[in-house]
Write a new protein. Sequence first.
Length: 492
Amino acid sequence: MHTDTERCVRAVQSKDARFDGVFFTAVRTTRIYCRPSCPVVPPKPENMEFHPSSASCQRAGFRACKRCRPDTSPGSPEWHVRADAVARAMRLIQDGVVDREGVPGLARRLGWSTRQIERQLLAELGAGPLALARAQRAQTARVLIETTPLPMGEIAFAAGFSSIRTFNDTVREVFGLTPGELRTRAARARPEKAAATPGAISLRLPFRAPLEPSNLFGHLAATAVPGVEEWRDGAYRRTLSLPYGHGIVALAPRADHIACRLFLTDPRDLTQAISRCRRLLDLDADPVAVDDRLRTDPLLAPLVDAAPGRRVPGTVDPAEFAVRAVLGQQVSTAAARTHAARLVTAYGTPVDDPEGGLTHLFPSSEALAALDPESLALPRSRRTTLLTLVGALADGSLTLGPADDREEARARLLALPGFGPWTTEIIAMRALGDPDAFLPGDLGVRRAAEGLGLPGTPAALTARAADWRPWRAYAVQYLWATDDHPINHLPA
């Protein structure tokens, strides 16, 4: 969109927050870049230029506005929808792969050369992978500076900088303030926000309005695995297995943001923890575009108008969700939770929870691959399905993550014993983040469809749903919401 100057100017002049993160406005006279909804008086159109990413702005020599903080904008919804290699590269960069493995590691995951990656990202985003990762490191550093008492040296290396000098120079260049000035400014603005529990990192996760929290948090709470997840004091809490250690996160819905409280054994995991939480809650979605499309169906329109902004619950660990999807085949929600809890108790890694009742990390695929099938209280065919799945995940013949091609992953899942369309599509929807995944054979979807006067057979419903593309996963959320199931209600 950043190439459509007239449309961008209109968005800036109307301060339209829907475009925050979609493009960035750079002001030539002040050398500052802003989000489209910046509250200051808009600059003259001849003084504006538009960029597709904050990294592109920084590469061109602009620094972030101190008023609107464009670096904290929601991520572009484009990477949420697209499944091409550029979108997969962006999801990996957001996941911290460049910081951990470098550009060669990013290239290896995508099957590209480093030169191809540089050329493609530069063409679409105005910045290469190193510049995009640098912009993300700067934002991670800002979060740690403003929300923790960590010494600046520790923050520099936790955020992924190779030296304290590079850290100081980058923060000063991007934000127009030294690290010490950023911390002083934050403490003066929000002195009451200091964390009461040592080691806690509190931050806000932005999203595009509207956001309907009932089915999002209701689903996570109703399917929570004891010991790994819980609903406590108005927040969904769970453990996280991360590259450098583990963590615990508490996520609570607010009117204009998600309150996020993190405990990390290693602060270097902050970038990936935030990325996983955003995917879990589908915070980079564009609800206006989704709902406008679904409203074109007169039978769906009343559901959308009654509760606009429904999100698709995701996952913090695609492999974990795949295991849980198998455990949930043809059983109730309560039975699936019981099966998962038994695996957690037997094979999960114990953790300490300073603020709640969480006790374990969900077991890794490697740990589950060694389990005794006779210990599973499952039908023999289901045991075979589970063991084949965890074996494929453990040996790397099956990978599920932000870099994986969605159609290729579907094909590999369908080739496993016991995997049919329902299991494959629910994994595509929640683990692979496919906004067009569809479950025409799901009992709840069929029941809701028949109640609304939509076709009741999977084939006929799939044909009708062609007009809902590419947002059929969101249509599923609206259809499920017609049932009075606990997944559709915020816990008390």
